[in-house]
Write a protein that binds this ligand. Sequence first.
Ligand code: MG
Ligand code: MG
Length: 247
Amino acid sequence: MRRNAGELEKMRRAGKVVAEMHEKTRAAIRPGITTMDLNKVAAEVIERRGAVSNFLGYHGFPAVICTSPNDMIVHGIPSDLVVLEEGDIISVDCGAIIEGYHGDAAYTAGVGEIDAASARLLEVTERSLFAGIEQLTKGNRLHEVGRAVQDVAEAAGFTVVREYVGHAIGTAMHEQPQVPNYWPGSPGPTLKTGMVFAVEPMVNAGTPETMTIEDGWGVITADGKRSAHFEHTIAVTDHGPEIFTLP
Ligand code: MG
Ligand code: MG
């Protein structure tokens, strides 16, 4: 689906709200804070900006952000019982709707000082996201995004998750086509100006295999090793990719 200039402007505004959710939650991350505290910070941004949450109520999801610590890959439910500790990593996935148009973006941050292996996992995952974003140019093929992500992650000795992928985004958060973080064996659709995608590599320190926890939401690594997640919402333009969710 190609979005017109008016639609892209609304998505730009939704992206700005998501970027502010990132800024404010990032600034709040420290040892002793709970993941529910981060949800409150994010909810305050949504309310103050007059936006609507696309996470709250999504298939029954009970919060405005996902908070996924350490070996949790994605979809963690914020909780008063999850207290962040020095040395943890925490993935925060945020979304917002402005006038019916969606933004979606995620980051992973360290809590206090983190070990070198975790810092490298974060750095490589974010770099894999930007390698994927560089592929979002008109005339290119969509699955080059996943090829680029996979190349960066695997060259560093990490693995990419297969079961969860990026997606087109617009008047719904999750639109077709999907955006795999690996080469799926075919080049995929040809990219055109006005297409908008959420690219979101999930990179694991160990096995790419995943498991879902008892609450039915949180997805963890099968081997208990750490995972990182970075995401932006990006439009294909005549002048290259435009990232809507940058601060
Ligand atoms: Mg997201
Ligand atoms: Mg997404």
